[in-house]
Each structure stands twice: as structure tokens, then as C-alpha cells.
Design a protein around this ligand. Structure first.
Ligand SMILES: Cc1cc2nc3c(=O)[nH]c(=O)nc-3n(C[C@H](O)[C@H](O)[C@H](O)COP(=O)(O)OP(=O)(O)OC[C@H]3O[C@@H](n4cnc5c(N)ncnc54)[C@H](O)[C@@H]3O)c2cc1C
Length: 486
């Protein structure tokens, strides 16, 4: 089949590789001028692009993504490790309360990969360019869809600035800012059904290089995320001796907008007791990268009446975006790509069956993670907003839209936060929580598993004080750090 993919980000590149290897002719269209990067460092230096600003933000490749990559794109995995990506094993991820955890026979499945996103994209780009069956066109912006009519419309290709390109299948891999709704309207199709829940965070992050490998304040082959009362702070180990530091306040908390100033960023990071030691062993590589507009979203191409168009599919962020701190985006991207290629093989001549099969796969493999994230975020947002209101920070500002509520507390169900807290004290629950975080299992199935619920309740009874809260920044020091910019 002739497959045209719109967008050569990670989702587009992985879909292109999988589709070409399944025997399809693929054209990969990317609006940015595409020139291969000579080295990992060159890729990092020129990674920022306004159309995909997340490329420079901290990334970790979760357990599920790593396993899928090894199984379905093993050459990409090998290239990535050869180019410096670091395997973060379960032993590196342990909290201080579980340092004596004995290794388990299946612990390899929890391993994560640590890398700058630009290193992953460079590896994917090189593989795409050398793959027979893929044509890459840089500087090619898709402006709309071609159709031969029908209800729903049958998509037959895409419109570009300099003409048209015919296709049996068009794949929207154009990311979180996809214009596909406008394109659908242009061919008389119904809009995509969408559900949305606030994630609430803004990201400010900076790249660093380790100055030493001695006396580090923690493990560099791990990422550490501290959910503080007023904001989230994090450290992400990455490839080739690099580390990313990040500060993620609520987007509505405008005090933190000054974090884009590198001096303020450093001063605020230095207020975080659990992480500030990293500043002593790191050399900054560049500026501070801000990113906002983050939402949990789930877009479908099938509504109650059926597919909104035939011959059109979506992968990656075009299907689902979730709170970045849980790092599920690339796992979703590869899952949707694999499911699409399966649907192409199973229904080569039946676009209706193909659309329904791909949508069913989204229900099975993506929606559970969207729902989990939306509920977890709703609880966390309510908590942080509560703190900020009590401290008078958000007074007078309109409240952000409400997120969906989690199911009410029940003796038969635990929530993500309860499981994560109990995991600090119990090796079995630590692995269970790692399975949920790593997308190895459907979250809701775990939350209602009687054995998990019973074990969490036992741990809660044995540790009534719960997990020790991370030490908080000194309020005066934080206020001073934020005022430094003015
Ligand atoms: C702050 C942040 C941190 C994150 N951290 C993690 C993490 O730790 N782990 C993880 O797994 N995920 C993470 N994610 C999510 C991850 O970055 C995304 O899921 C992933 O980038 C999605 O890839 P994509 O290919 O779908 O979209 P994109 O990477 O956005 O690619 C879309 C491409 O389409 C191109 N394009 C757009 N429109 C057109 C057009 N009309 N014509 C042609 N080309 C077009 C764009 O130029 C772009 O290259 C994070 C996201 C954010 C925002």
C-alpha cells in the first residue's frame, strides 16, 4: 500500500520503519527542513524547533517502550545504546527505604532507558533514511486532505504547498498541534471526538554535563522526580554524561514565569533540598527551555456513528497526550504505530474494518493510561491548588477547568498515589507500581486486584505515617530566588 505519513517526529519515524518493513511504500512528510545530524552533540545543539518544542525537554524511555523497541525495532534499540543511552535498572530506581531489595528473576522488564530526546530522534532519522521503501521529504507542509467523496469521506492523499500526493492510507503523525480537525472540516467530515483533562503543569528545563563521576549526590543512571508542595522538581540522567534538571510549577502560578532566566532557574533549583546537590557537579550546556500548554487529551477518529473518514489514521500525540512527568508519550507512540501496521496487514482492502480495528486497539492499549493520568492529575492538581490558595498565591485568579474525578475511595480499590506510597515499603508493591508506571499493565486492573488492595492496606497499617514527605524549599529563600529576576 502507498502510505503517506504527516510528520517525521518519533511517532512518524517509527510508523514509517514498521510500515516499510511490513512491505508498504512509505512517504514521510516533514514540514521542517530535514538534514541529518552528524553527531549526537550536533543533534542536541540544533534540536529545538517551535513545531515540536518538547524535543529539548527531559525524556525517559519507560519500561514498556524499551521492551517494545527491543522486540519490534531492535536495530533502533542497539543504535541508541551504542550512541550513549543509559539503561536504568530496577536497582538504580529504588527509594532509600528499599535499598536492600534482592534482585528478582524478571527485573529486566522494569529497566528504563535514559537519553536526551535528540539522541533518540537522530537514531530514528538515520534508520528512516537508510530504509528501503521510505522516501523522506523535508520542508513539506501538509495543508489538507484529498478525498474522492463519500460518507464518511474516503481520504485519497494530502495537499501540499506545491501540489498533491496520492495515498491509500494517510497517517496523521503531526503531534499535539495537529491541524487534522481543520483538514477534516475541509473535506466535509465530522470532527474528531476528543476528551481532555487538565495537566496543569508548565515545564522549565536545562541541559547539563557532569563535571565528575565521583561523589555524586545521587545515581546518574536514574531520574528523580520530587512532588513538592508548590511545584515539581526533577533530575533526569541522560546519554553521554548529560543530565537534565527541571522545574515544573502549575502553569497558572505566574510567579514562576521568571524561571526562563538561567540565574533564577539556578537559584530556585538551589532551594530544593533533595536535588540541589546536583548543581555542584554539573556544567550547564545551554539556556532554559520553557514549555506550557500541556494537557491530557485523547482524540479518536471514530465516533458513535463510525469512522469520521476512511483511509485516515493517527499515531502518537495525535491520538493521546498525557502529563509528561509520567513519561508515557513514546510508549503510546510506538503502541499506536504497531497497532496501525497490524490493522493494515489484517484489513488491506477494507478501510472501514481497518479504522475500527485501530480504534479498538486505542481503547485497549491507550485509553486506560489516559484515564489513569487524568484521574491522578485531578487529585494532584486539587492538592497543589489547595496549598497555593491557603498561601495566598492564586488569590484573585480564575480557577483552571476542573479535571475528571477519580472513583470515590473504596475498600476494594486503591489509587495510584496509595500504591506508589505503599511501594516505598514493600518489594512486591514496588514492582507492581513499577509495572503501572512503566505501562506494563493496565492501571485499573491493578488498582482493583484483591491481592494488591490487601497488601497496600497491610502496608498502610504497618506504616501509618506514610512516606516521609520530601524536604521543602525554605519559603523565604524561594521568594528571594524568584524575586532575583525583577
Ligand atoms: C515537556 C515534555 C516532556 C516529555 N517527556 C516524555 C518522557 O519522558 N517520555 C516519553 O515517552 N514521552 C515524553 N513526552 C511526550 C513525547 O515527547 C511525545 O509523546 C512525542 O514527542 C510525540 O511524538 P509525535 O511524533 O507524535 O509528535 P512530535 O514529536 O510533535 O512530531 C510531530 C512532527 O510533525 C511535524 N508536523 C506538524 N505539522 C505538520 C504538517 N502539517 N506537515 C508536515 N509535518 C508536520 C512537526 O514538525 C513534527 O516534527 C514529553 C512531552 C513533553 C511536552
Amino acid at each position: 500500500m502507498e502510505v503517506v505519513i504527516v510528520g517525521a517526529g518519533a511517532a512518524g519515524a517509527m510508523t514509517a520503519l514498521l510500515a516499510a518493513r511490513a512491505g508498504h511504500h512509505v512517504t514521510l512528510l516533514e514540514r521542517e527542513p530535514a538534514a541529518p545530524a552528524g553527531s549526537v552533540e550536533e543533534a542536541a545543539a540544533r534540536a529545538f524547533r517551535p513545531t515540536a518544542p518538547q524535543i529539548v525537554q527531559p525524556h525517559v524511555l519507560l519500561a514498556r517502550y524499551r521492551l517494545l523497541l527491543r522486540e519490534h525495532l531492535p536495530d533502533v534499540y542497539d543504535d541508541l545504546v551504542r550512541d550513549g543511552a543509559v539503561e536504568s535498572r530496577l536497582a538504580a530506581q529504588l527509594p532509600p527505604t528499599l535499598r536492600d531489595l534482592a534482585p528478582g528473576p524478571h527485573d529486566d522488564r522494569y529497566t528504563m532507558l535514559l537519553t536526551r530526546r535528540s539522541t533518540l530522534d537522530r537514531v530514528l532519522d538515520a534508520r528512516v533514511r537508510s530504509e528501503r521503501g521510505i522516501t523522506v521529504r523535508g520542508g513539506a507542509t501538509v495543508r489538507g486532505l484529498l478525498t474522492r467523496g463519500g460518507a464518511p469521506p474516503r481520504i485519497t492523499g494530502v495537499r501540499l504547498d506545491d501540489g498533491a500526493l496520492a495515498a491509500d492510507v494517510v497517517v496523521d503523525a503531526s503531534g499535539r498541534r495537529s491541524r487534522v480537525d481543520g483538514w477534516l472540516a475541509g473535506v466535509g467530515a465530522r470532527p474528531r471526538p476528543v476528551v481532555r483533562a487538565d495537566c496543569g503543569l508548565a515545564y522549565y528545563s536545562r541541559h547539563y554535563r557532569l563535571r565528575t563521576t565521583n561523589d555524586l549526590p545521587g545515581r546518574a543512571d536514574n531520574r528523580t522526580i520530587l512532588p513538592l508542595d508548590e511545584f515539581v522538581a526533577g533530575m533526569w540522567g541522560a546519554d553521554n554524561g548529560t543530565v537534565l534538571l527541571g522545574l515544573c510549577p502549575l502553569a497558572e502560578d505566574h510567579r514562576f514565569r521568571v524561571l526562563r532566566d538561567p540565574e533564577v532557574f539556578t537559584a530556585v533549583f538551589a532551594t530544593v533540598p533533595g536535588l540541589r546537590g546536583w548543581l555542584d557537579v554539573l556544567e550547564p550546556i545551554g539556556e532554559v527551555f520553557p514549555m506550557g500548554g500541556l494537557h491530557n487529551t485523547l482524540h479518536r477518529l471514530v465516533d458513535a456513528a463510525g469512522p469520521v473518514a476512511l483511509g485516515l489514521h493517527a499515531v502518537g500525540d495525535g491520538v493521546c497526550t498525557t502529563n509528561p512527568t509520567l513519561a508515557r508519550g513514546l510508549g503510546v507512540a510506538l503502541r499506536t504505530a504497531l497497532d496501525l501496521v497490524d490493522a493494515l496487514s489484517e484489513h488491506p482492502h477494507d478501510p472501514l474494518a481497518r479504522a475500527l480495528a485501530h480504534d479498538a486497539a486505542i481503547t485497549e492499549g491507550v485509553e486506560p493510561f489516559y484515564l489513569d493520568q487524568a484521574r491522578t492529575d485531578a487529585a494532584r492538581l486539587a492538592r497543589v491548588r489547595g496549598v497555593l490558595h491557603v498561601r495566598g498565591v492564586l488569590d484573585g485568579r480564575p480557577a483552571a477547568p476542573a479535571a475528571p474525578a477519580a472513583p470515590p475511595p473504596s475498600p476494594e480499590r486503591v489509587g495510584f498515589d496509595e500504591l506508589s506510597a505503599a511501594a516505598f515499603f514493600d518489594a512486591t508493591l514496588f514492582r507492581t507500581a513499577a509495572s503501572v508506571r512503566g505501562m506494563l499493565v493496565r492501571p485499573e486492573a491493578v488498582y482493583i486486584d484483591p491481592a494488591v488492595v490487601a497488601r497496600v492496606r497491610e502496608v498502610q497499617a504497618a506504616h501509618p505515617d506514610g512516606v516521609p514527605a520530601p524536604a521543602q524549599p525554605d519559603p523565604d529563600r524561594l521568594a528571594k530566588a524568584l524575586a532575583a529576576a525583577a
